[in-house]
Design a protein. Structure first.
Length: 501
């Protein structure tokens, strides 16, 4: 159909003087929506309060039943990104972002039907499968685009977008609670109306991102790019295909690096509220624990931008070594901070751990670009995200089952997480070993100037203008900045109770 041609990659090519700082808001439009998956736990308890309907009083769902929805969504995120990565590289970001919006929004609608008819299978199909596919496509689609626009700052670029994924829960959680209160009745907690409303909001917002996204013209390079930096950025790679990457040991070391970093962090996320309450029994209420969850989510979001940006200066390998060795130290310290009774110090340690959890997600695309090149990074990144799917299952299971086992042996609940935290430290030590085994192929770029670089890339260099403020620049950043600021403010207000403010 002719009208669908607006989704073609060719229709998204920017003019030569396009301001590249107009592109990150497009990525944030998507990631600030799909990152809502981190806030899905706000629906868990209300879902258990749904009645099975007339004649089915025993068909209510348990927390175990609904708890698997998150894991299924993360599983299909990894599968969708793995199988669609090559297609995303071919069709460009706009078509992929529109498809992601349709799947993620459509998943909420199907999930609403599942809630309305009280079918757990339909709920899993909607949010877990269809929504999870939207998660995977939406997560990967902006990454390669930003790497192309920011070859001089790849870590910062991907950190900007993936920061949105980490911060989305700060918007999605309070918004979902407000909507459930709005649609609640005497007998129903308002989940159906909430899901339908979120489907509309997220579909529109993600589609706006697809409308404003652009890819650079052929031969484009950053403003004031020097020959050595630009040549190293574009040519110091082998442009390995997705299939080719799977035949290298580097891919599997990178897979393990991401898997181990995520396993350690996601276990904390999944049990953050009960963990802090049991470590400080009688001092931390459920309300204060919610503030703790918000507090570490700020670190999760901020770490994505901060650590990824730092990696542009010290290198990706050095950044991951910091993640692993600092993480080991923190996991070994936390049990002692709990014994000392220091809530603030314990919260700070967990905050730093979660900052490196988020930082790993934001740094890994630039790491892939360093190793395999930018051309097929979408396909390779998609395959690598299967590590997230695996960690999304192992991390929560590991921390929950070891805790149960410890309690069965008579260990007090306050101390039941100690062994698990030490195991996490051991996983990070193995991650440091895997990171040490990663190396890159280097192309000699000494003496290449911009003209030679242009010739090597087969096109005429098109330097862009410097970052400049213009009406649409302000409009695009306000579009994503206002909801993000609202979420941060709500989180800060909630986290203030953690420190007795």
């Amino acid at each position: 159909m002719a009208f669908l041609s607006i989704l073609d990659r060719e229709r998204t090519v920017a003019p030569p003087d396009y301001n590249r700082w107009l592109v990150p808001p497009a990525a944030l439009c998507v990631h600030l929506c799909i990152g809502e998956v981190y806030a899905f736990s706000v629906f868990n308890l209300p879902l258990t309060k749904l009645l099975g309907g007339p004649g089915h009083p025993g068909h209510n769902w348990s927390l175990v039943d609904v708890g698997w929805i998150f894991s299924v969504a993360i599983l299909f995120l990894g599968l969708a990104s793995a199988f669609s990565g090559g297609w995303l590289d071919r069709v460009g970001p706009r078509r992929a972002m529109v498809l992601a919006a349709a799947c993620f929004g459509g998943g909420f609608l199907v999930a609403a039907v599942g809630v309305a008819i009280h079918s757990l299978v339909v709920l899993f199909l909607g949010y877990g499968v269809i929504g999870g596919i939207g998660l995977g496509i939406g997560y990967v689609s902006p990454v390669r685009t930003l790497l192309m626009w920011f070859p001089d700052r790849p870590g910062m670029a991907t950190g900007l977008a993936i920061m949105g994924f980490g911060g989305a829960a700060m918007i999605g959680a309070p918004l979902s609670v407000l909507l459930m209160h709005l649609f609640a009745t005497a007998t129903q907690p308002g989940i159906v109306g909430c899901f339908v409303t979120l489907a509309i909001i997220y579909t529109i917002f993600m589609t706006l991102g697809a409308v404003i996204v652009r890819v650079p013209p052929s031969g484009w390079m950053p403003h004031n790019a020097d020959a050595q930096t630009t040549a190293a950025s574009w040519l110091n790679s082998t442009d390995v295909t997705g299939g080719g990457a799977l035949r290298t040991p580097q891919f599997y070391y990178l897979w393990l690096v991401l898997f181990l970093n995520v396993t350690a962090g996601i276990g904390v996320i999944s049990q953050a509220s009960p963990m802090i309450q049991e470590m400080f029994r009688g001092r931390i209420t459920a309300f204060t624990a919610a503030g703790f969850v918000g507090f570490i989510s700020l670190f999760n979001m901020g770490g994505r931008f901060a650590w990824a940006s730092l990696s542009d200066w010290i290198g990706r390998k050095a950044t991951f070594f910091i993640f692993f060795f600092l993480g080991i130290a923190l996991y070994l310290i936390v049990p002692h901070t709990a014994v000392l009774g220091s809530i603030a110090l314990t919260a700070l340690c967990f905050g730093l751990i979660l900052s490196m959890y988020g930082g790993g997600f934001a740094t890994i695309p630039a790491y892939l670009r360093d190793i395999f090149g930018v051309r097929h990074v979408g396909a390779i990144h998609g395959r690598l995200l299967t590590a997230w799917s695996a960690a999304g299952v192992l991390g929560p299971v590991l921390i929950d089952y070891i805790r149960r086992y410890q309690i069965s042996l008579g260990v007090p609940k306050a101390d039941s997480y100690t062994v698990t935290l030490y195991i996490m430290a051991g996983l990070l030590l193995f991650g440091a070993f895997c990171n040490s085994m990663i190396y890159r192929w280097q192309t000699d770029v000494t003496g290449i100037n911009l003209a030679e670089l242009s010739e090597a890339r087969g096109s005429t260099a098109v330097p862009t203008t410097a970052m400049r403020t213009e009406p649409r620049f302000i409009a695009y950043w306000l579009l994503v900045g206002i909801p993000l600021a609202w979420g941060v403010l709500n989180t800060l207000l909630g986290a203030s109770h953690l420190f007795g403010i």
